[in-house]
Design a protein around this ligand. Structure first.
Ligand SMILES: Cc1cc2nc3c(=O)[nH]c(=O)nc-3n(C[C@H](O)[C@H](O)[C@H](O)COP(=O)(O)O)c2cc1C
Length: 120
């Protein structure tokens, strides 16, 4: 187990609604002409992964301890089983990109996909 901060990723569904899920395999790297890149690992057929691939944009919301209940809820429910609306949370839109952002997060990245790699 690698200890690291937790993040909740916000994406746009095909019908224009939003979806959130915890994705904690998040790291960072940099490249010469594109100097700050998050490296995010997602497996399986989860909606978050599909939305990121389809739209190419998403938010990455840092989780603090007061958000643990929210993270637990988002992580134990799947968008394919219905909207994740059985818990209260406020959502706004990104300042730069048209992505859903959690009001409760103190630190938010608004991201565009630079590159996707299938590990097989
Ligand atoms: C604390 C926590 C961390 C998680 N981190 C990841 C991750 O890094 N990558 C991943 O693919 N799934 C991760 N998951 C699983 C997804 O959050 C979970 O499958 C979620 O229900 C997907 O929702 P969606 O289908 O609406 O996208 C994590 C779950 C929890 C509870």
């Amino acid at each position: 187990m690698c200890v690291q901060p937790s993040f909740i990723i916000g994406t746009n569904n095909e019908d224009g609604s939003y979806n959130f899920a915890p994705i904690t395999w998040v790291s960072v790297t940099s490249e010469k002409d594109n100097d700050y890149l998050l490296v995010i690992s997602m497996f399986g057929t989860k909606r978050t992964r599909q939305n990121v691939i389809r739209t190419g944009i998403f938010s990455v919301n840092l989780v603090s301890s007061d958000m643990l209940e929210l993270m637990d809820y988002f992580g134990t429910h799947h968008a394919k089983d219905g909207k994740k609306d059985k818990i209260l949370y406020n959502v706004c839109r990104g300042e730069i990109l048209d992505v859903p952002v959690l009001d409760s997060s103190r630190w938010v990245y608004e991201c565009e996909v630079d590159k996707s790699i299938e590990t097989g």
